[in-house]
Design a protein around this ligand. Structure first.
Ligand code: AGP
Length: 370
């Protein structure tokens, strides 16, 4: 086992540090910037079906569901096909309206999640075309779906999903950009700009891993005894906030909630005092000015702000208690970079609390029970 951990103390840390490679592996042979194309064997024969879908329904559980939420932003922005995202466990029990004009995208790292499997079967019975995004090759979900793409992130052993999540975001980016290019919603210049930027992501992940590790470890040591955390983000980074909160919950057993930053004023703001740590994802993109006001509102109530910002940003940095810097990228790819310090923060807090990081209590890697 020590050999499998490759010198890291836990599988989770190893898997976090593998992400520049795993994201590159997800794109390998698919993203060809020099040729100006995205080649995806799984999608090739089904481009019409996907771009002509009346709607795309994404079904998944847990972390994969968070990736699905970001997939909704990506597909709607670039391909302009309406997307709905559902928990597989809700979808399967609520007699959903599905027709043969719908396309269902099922996302699962393990490819064995019982609720996702049952939701796929239901969608197929109702005539939908089901596309799978799985990490485990030849898994049950990969076999039962009509077509699909593997994420190729390599085996993920830690119960808390890390590299599978960033691989799912990479695949969803490729699919959304490919569909948008195919149906004419993305012009050549935008297509080239996006694939060039996506191509640069593995290097930027490496930059994040090299620069934030000790910073995050130090921040983590200050919040080991916290009993609650709030995670806030806007737009593409609202699901990133949900994922950050889930990571902390599962491995450190600290209660954490993710929220869209704008929803803070509709309830969670009541929780903020000097004992509440708030992780806010605040890169200088999208509605940055609104995030700045959120930080002001939190500081006015003495909340402790841990801000994920772009390198060189001084505005949020001057108000935050702690900052973690990540490189700039387009908003649509920022969740890939922003999720890495959130994984590390959860990891280091859990380790300091003496928790079993790779196998947290009550959790299984594949949830094959209903
Ligand atoms: C992730 O950290 C969790 N352990 C869990 O939420 C997981 O993502 C969920 O059970 C779905 O698993 P799957 O991707 O293998 O279907």
């Amino acid at each position: 086992e020590q050999i499998e951990k490759g010198g890291y103390e836990h599988f989770m840390l190893k898997e976090i540090f593998e992400q520049s490679k795993s994201v590159l592996d997800t794109m390998r042979g698919r993203l060809l910037v020099d040729e100006g194309v995205i080649k995806m064997a799984g999608i090739w024969d089904h481009l019409e079906r996907l771009t002509n879908a009346e709607r795309i329904i994404i079904i998944a559980c847990g972390t994969s569901w968070h990736a699905g939420l970001i997939g909704e932003y990506l597909i709607e922005e670039f391909a302009r096909v309406p997307v709905e995202v559902e928990y597989a466990s809700e979808f399967r029990y609520r007699n959903p309206i599905i027709t043969s004009k719908d396309v269902v995208i099922a996302i699962s790292q393990s490819g064995e999640t019982a609720d996702t499997m049952a939701a796929i079967k239901l969608a197929k019975e109702k005539g939908a075309f089901v596309y799978g995004i799985c990490n485990v090759v030849d898994s049950s979900i990969a076999r039962v779906t009509d077509a699909g793409s593997y994420t190729h992130a390599g085996p993920e052993i830690g119960v808390a999903s890390t590299k599978a999540f960033t691989a799912q975001l990479t695949i969803l980016s490729l699919i959304a950009i490919k569909l948008g290019n195919h149906n004419g919603n993305l012009g050549k210049a935008d297509f080239m700009r996006l694939i060039t930027e996506l191509d640069a992501i593995p290097k930027k992940i490496e930059e994040v891993l090299n620069s934030v590790d000790s910073v995050v470890k130090d921040i983590a040591s200050k919040f080991v005894n916290a009993t609650n955390f709030l995670y806030l983000g806007r737009g593409y980074n609202f699901p990133t906030a949900l994922e950050g909160a889930l990571k902390l919950k599962e491995i450190s057993y600290i209660h954490a909630e993710g929220y869209p930053a704008a929803e803070m004023k509709h309830g969670p703001i009541a929780l903020i005092d000097e004992n509440m740590p708030i992780v806010i994802i605040a890169p200088k993109i999208g509605h940055y000015d609104k995030i700045v006001s959120n930080v002001q509102e939190i500081k006015a109530r003495k909340g402790k702000v841990i801000a994920i910002i772009n390198k060189g940003d001084t505005q949020v940095a001057s108000m935050a208690d702690h900052i973690i810097e990540i490189p700039e990228t387009s908003e649509c790819f920022s969740p890939i970079l922003a999720s890495i310090p959130l994984q590390l923060l959860a990891y280091y807090i859990a380790v300091e609390r003496g928790a079993n990081v790779d196998q947290p209590r009550n959790l299984a890697k594949s949830v094959t029970v209903e």
